[in-house]
Design a protein around this ligand. Structure first.
Ligand SMILES: Cc1cc2nc3c(=O)[nH]c(=O)nc-3n(C[C@H](O)[C@H](O)[C@H](O)COP(=O)(O)OP(=O)(O)OC[C@H]3O[C@@H](n4cnc5c(N)ncnc54)[C@H](O)[C@@H]3O)c2cc1C
Length: 454
């Protein structure tokens, strides 16, 4: 019996999940006959719906509903939890590590393939800012979003119980670097949540909290256009949020954020959302990259100059054939990622059966951003909205986009319930150390000499 043709999908995010989903529908007969096999390699068994991370941080959606279980929806694919470390496309081989190879210490396995779909997305683009690696946190994963929520509430608890004014000020100062939608939405949702939470503290008032947004350029939210960006600045400043344009973070050593305008802010919270760069695995392949490290692709979403390799999403430099500008690439966002995945899957299936390929063409339609509960900005199909209508549009749009009916129903139920009842205000930071209490209980009693004298 001949081996099935193997399609290897690297990454289980927007592109990886939607490509595999469409492929398993299009190649149903081949999968059943065993002539084709789809293998998805992904570090987590779920796809993260990143636009909901700010709402997860605010507590409006629970973390489980921001993620989509891959094993359930890709039920005709093989899911391998692991990471591709390198790709030798000339030999059609990928080297990967899995949880098991790490346990066994075997140093990884090799997987051969016939078609390669590279969709490892992007990672935070950091700069060599002193102290950033030690004290900063990103905002790309559900762990970071929930960790940050717990951290903010924990800082309010510290501020409420300390007698040291310097510690209190540092605990209540929150610095966000980067004014794109990830940074602005994260800051706006967390500020909204913290302001609400402060009403349950006897000695922490909303005005005691200091929120600072640091942006290197002269505008924020470029995705919603200049007018709406200016409105967003006014809205944030109206809430006492300190928006600093044309300013950079220069250092955050010793828990002091030093800005390029000379301001020094003692703080325990530096959130870095100043852009993304392609996933590091791309540099460990023999495939062509552009000057920014994205995979060079054609409008067919095929990797340039080679056969049987495909890519899309944040990792891929896909020409934007709808713009008149020569050399313009599609921006790294979900709007393109989802649509590219559809064309990519169709082209992989077409190439397997010798049919002609389709070009990817989508003109950017604009963007919506939430600025906290009942507040937002939008610029979509040339229409500008702000305040409640924009916020409502943001929710309606993302509810229609979040994958699976199951997730839509759960998210809608949560929004409805949080409209009826009070918001959640607890920090579950101890979840990050589940053994701490048992370790304390199981530890041997202190020796006599170690006992405190009474
Ligand atoms: C907070 C936030 C809010 C956002 N809001 C919006 C929005 O409102 N609108 C919008 O259009 N876009 C938004 N985006 C951007 C959007 O989420 C991304 O553009 C989109 O996720 C890109 O899809 P992707 O498949 O290329 O990458 P991802 O969805 O990031 O998926 C990449 C996957 O590959 C996996 N991976 C990485 N390396 C490897 C490896 N070596 N081996 C195997 N797997 C690997 C990753 O773990 C991940 O699962 C937002 C992003 C963030 C962070």
């Amino acid at each position: 019996m001949t081996e099935p043709a193997r399609i290897l999908v690297v990454g289980g995010g927007y592109v990886g999940m939607y490509t595999a989903l469409r492929l398993q529908r299009q190649l149903r007969a081949e999968l059943r006959a065993g002539t084709v096999e789809i293998v998805v390699v992904t570090p987590e068994p779920y796809m993260t719906y990143q636009p909901f991370l700010p709402e997860a941080a605010a507590g409006s959606i629970s973390p489980r509903h921001v993620v989509v279980p891959l094993r359930r929806i890709l039920d005709r694919c093989r899911i391998l939890i692991g990471e591709v470390r390198s790709v030798d496309h000339a030999k059609r081989t990928a080297a990967l590590s899995t949880l098991a190879t790490e346990e066994e210490g075997t140093g990884g396995i090799e997987l051969t393939y016939d078609e390669l779909v590279l969709a490892p997305g992007s990672v935070s683009r950091t700069l060599p800012v002193p102290g950033l690696a030690d004290h900063g946190i990103g905002f790309k994963t559900v762990e970071e979003a929930i960790g940050l929520r717990n951290h903010v509430i924990e800082q309010m608890d510290i501020a409420s119980s300390t007698r040291d004014p310097a510690l209190r000020d540092a605990a209540l100062t929150f610095v966000f670097v980067g004014g794109g939608y990830a940074g602005v939405e994260a800051l706006a949702e967390l500020e909204d949540m913290a302001r609400y939470t402060a009403r349950y503290y006897h000695n922490v008032k909303p005005e005691d909290l200091r929120w600072v947004l640091v942006e290197a350029s002269d505008r924020i939210l470029p995705e919603v256009g200049e007018d709406m960006g200016r409105y967003a600045i006014r809205e944030l400043r109206g809430r006492n949020i300190d928006v600093r344009l044309e300013t950079r973070l220069e250092s955050c050593e010793d828990r002091i954020a030093v800005l390029s305008d000379g301001t020094r802010l003692p703080t325990r919270t530096v959130v870095w959302t100043a852009g993304v760069k392609p996933a590091p695995v791309l540099a460990a392949t023999d495939l062509p990259l552009n000057e920014r490290g994205r995979l060079r692709c054609t409008a067919h979403l095929a990797v340039e100059g080679v056969e049987h390799a495909w890519a899309a999403g944040d990792a891929a430099a896909v020409p934007d054939i709808t713009s008149g500008e020569p050399g313009k690439e599609c921006a790294p966002n979900a709007q393109h990622a989802v649509r590219q995945a559809k064309v990519l899957a169709e082209n992989v299936a077409a190439s397997l059966s010798g049919r002609p390929l389709t070009e990817y063409a989508h003109a950017y339609v604009g963007s919506v951003a939430s600025l906290g509960l009942h507040k937002g900005v939008a610029h979509v199909y040339g229409r500008k909205l702000k305040g409640y209508p924009a916020w409502f549009m943001h929710r309606a749009y993302h509810l229609s986009r979040v994958p699976t009916f199951n997730r839509k129903a759960r998210v809608l139920a949560e929004w409805t319930l949080s409209g009826l009842f009070k918001r959640e205000i607890v920090s579950l930071g101890s979840l990050e150390h589940p053994r701490a209490e048992f370790e304390l209980a199981a530890a041997p009693p202190p020796a006599d000499g170690d006992k405190p004298s009474s």
